[in-house]
Ligand binder design. Structure first.
Ligand code: PMP
Length: 419
């Protein structure tokens, strides 16, 4: 692990200050769940690019397809022209992911990032319904470009744009107002009430387990009642599965446990299988309403990322062993975190999560910060999330082996003790 002293400073001096991740080393290499810095110090990675590396760093099977593609003059950029790798990806995705789940969607590739997919979804929902409002949720996070920011709950982020959330109506997420509050019932009432000030929305956008907002899982009942309301009022349901999708919670889609059938699903982060930028909207066929050219972008559906995305589908999703593994690893990690919380009762820690998306809520930002720093000194990369940055979030690669998971948890355990 690192012997550097832990102070917050920019490791790359020309970086602007908006780069908030200030681990005091420069990273150079990575394999699986291990990051290595320029001094050959190793760190276990429990951040995984905020869930962009569900299959770990440089998975050899995924990389070999990418290298082969590059060596044989595969097309890297085609500006929306049809390519064989794009066709292959769509066929595979249909065959391996959608058909077995009884889902049918059309594919709209967005620009490279998650926020690009969110922007496209909001725009499409408005065009398809002719309505303007979007319902989003307290603590929700959908990206920091203007449209995505408008439906992101965190005022700290929204203040950075001097932006009021035009067209966004925030509702309490599951649990936000305690167990007695029924968001669906409230929403139903205000949408029926012509004097409530809330016009019928085009869409509801949500994460089924909030990532950046603090690892807040919504219950199956809450999600299902919200979906029923969407159907009743003909509001589109958009599930942002950018962080929780691609196996993070155990299932490929995070909404499978609640049997939802969203109108639009957003994927990015781990979709390419190896950290290459790629984002995708899955939309119900009747939402294919944009005319040619109405939505476009130079870097939609990067071909190399589609090659690696197909490799990831083939390697990890042709059998359901990854889902079982995630359930087991998540069980081990959750249990250990609960033990840590119990043993350090004076710190009032609590544990939340689903699958391999876990959060250790420290209640206070400075305590979480201290634990993260202690852990880094001891060789573990973890990050914080939540409204006050008070939650330590654990997003290890889904493919990491048990001894590495245990070592990471041991480090975290020690980091809590010494905080
Ligand atoms: N939605 C969710 C749920 C996310 O977690 C993120 C990224 N943390 C985004 C959207 C935005 O993705 P990007 O950072 O690639 O724009």
């Amino acid at each position: 692990s690192s012997s550097n002293s832990l102070v917050t400073f920019e490791t790359l001096e020309s970086n602007v200050r908006s780069y908030s991740r200030t681990f005091p080393v420069v990273f150079k290499k990575a394999a699986g769940a291990i990051l290595e810095d320029e001094n050959s110090c190793e760190f276990i990675d429990f951040l995984s690019g905020a869930s962009a590396l569900n299959y770990g760093h440089n998975d050899p099977y995924i990389l070999s397809d990418a290298l082969e593609y590059l060596k044989t003059n595969g097309i890297l950029h085609a500006l929306d022209m049809a390519t064989s790798v794009k066709r292959e990806f769509m066929e595979l995705f249909n065959e391996i992911i959608l058909r077995p789940r009884g889902l049918a969607y059309k594919f709209q590739f967005a620009g490279p990032t998650g926020a690009n997919a969110v922007e496209a979804a909001l725009k499409l929902a408005r065009k398809a319904t002719g309505r303007h409002n979007i319902i989003s949720f307290t603590n929700g996070y959908h990206g920091l470009s203007l449209g995505a920011l408008a439906v992101t709950g965190n005022r700290y982020f929204r203040d950075a744009a001097g932006l009021t959330a035009a067209g966004a109506v925030f509702m309490p997420y599951d649990g936000y107002l305690g167990a007695d509050h029924d968001t669906t019932e409230y929403l139903d009432r205000i949408l029926d009430d012509h004097s409530s000030g809330v016009d019928l929305p085009a869409a509801v956008i949500l994460e089924t387990i909030q990532g950046e907002g603090g690892i807040n899982p919504a219950s199956k009942d809450w999600l299902q009642s919200l979906e029923r309301l969407c159907r009743k009022k003909e509001i589109l349901l958009i599930v942002d599965d950018i962080q929780a999708g691609c196996g993070r919670t155990g299932d490929f889609f995070s909404f499978e446990f609640a049997n939802l059938s969203p109108d639009i699903v957003l994927l990015s982060k781990s979709l390419s299988g190896c950290g290459l930028p790629l984002s995708l909207l899955l939309l119900k066929p009747e939402l294919d309403v944009w005319l040619p050219g109405e939505h476009s972008g130079t870097f939609r559906g990067n071909n190399l990322a589609l090659v690696t995305a197909s490799a990831a589908l083939r390697k990890y999703w042709t059998q359901d062993s990854l889902s079982k593994e995630v359930a087991e690893l998540g069980g081990i990690a959750g249990e250990r975190l609960r033990q840590v919380a119990q043993r350090n009762g004076d710190l009032n820690l609590s544990v939340r999560g689903r699958g391999m998306m876990l959060g250790l809520d420290c209640g206070k930002s400075d305590l979480a910060d201290k634990i993260v720093r202690n852990a880094f000194e001891d060789g573990l990369v973890v990050e914080r999330c939540g409204a006050e940055d008070q939650v330590i979030k654990l997003l290890p690669p889904l493919t990491l082996d048990r001894p590495t998971l245990q070592r990471g948890l041991d480090i975290l355990d020690r980091a809590v003790q010494s905080a």
